[in-house]
Design a protein around this ligand. Sequence first.
Ligand code: GLV
Ligand code: MG
Length: 309
Amino acid sequence: NEKVRAKVGELAGQVDVVLGNLEDAIPIESKEAAREGFIAMAKATDFGATGLWVRVNALNSPWLLDDLTRIVGEIGDKLDVVMVPKVEGPWDIHFVDQYLALLEARHGVKKPILVHAILETAQGVNNVAAIAAASPRMQGMSLGPADLAASRGMKTTRVGGGHPDYRTLGDVIEGGRTSAQQDPWHYTIARMVDACMAHGLKAFYGPFGDFSDAEACEAQFRNAFLLGCAGAWTLHPSQIAIAKRVFSPDAGEVAFAKKILAAMPDGSGAVMIDGKMQDDATWKQAKVIVDLARQVAAKDRDYADIYGF
Ligand code: GLV
Ligand code: MG
């Protein structure tokens, strides 16, 4: 897509990762053109500190072998991560790991290309811990709610987010009752985060397809952020600001977390701050928030000011 490619240089300055998608959403007759377009774009763009990833086609597709062979051969030294869709179990990761090793050796690629799995089949969710442990190349995982919904037989046509029919009901009070949507992805996100964090990987929420509902996108991203995800995909430029806002910790939380760290310099014992008990565990919670704030601040002067670094 020439129009999108022309914007990549500008886009790269606003995001942590630029991902070239070769899989779903690319018409079958355009698979080769998309691959070659990605290679040309990667060669022509200076990504600076921004990561360059590619979502290749699935292992059972006729395109995967040429995707990996061409891309590693042409831009192996520029590519950070291969995102593998529809991963079913550790055997899929083993294959990609070994094939990448062959290609890296053949082309003299200097640093190992990492692997990111999309968690988007019922079997993949069943095997999530083994997938996380499958290779030292594993960088992380993303939840793929669209394929996963289909694989599980969930009754939805939406790409991620809540569903108007999946709700809780409040008690009947004075003849009325409140009701609210639940997050149908709660269970999967929690399993994915546990599997990832147990192996030092990053968990991501995947796509949110309704570009017209920024509020619902923000709510879904925020649930993922609070449960431990490191980020989310942005399919549309309008979602970049939402993701930045959500995945940068709240200034009030950062200020409180800094207070905890300052009050317990060696991280032990117990203190009271603003009526709340703090101990070793809350010190660790505070460190998660402050470390993340530092990471965000290192890339963004505005946030550095907001957080007071
Ligand atoms: C992403 O690939 C999804 O299926 O949601
Ligand atoms: Mg998918």
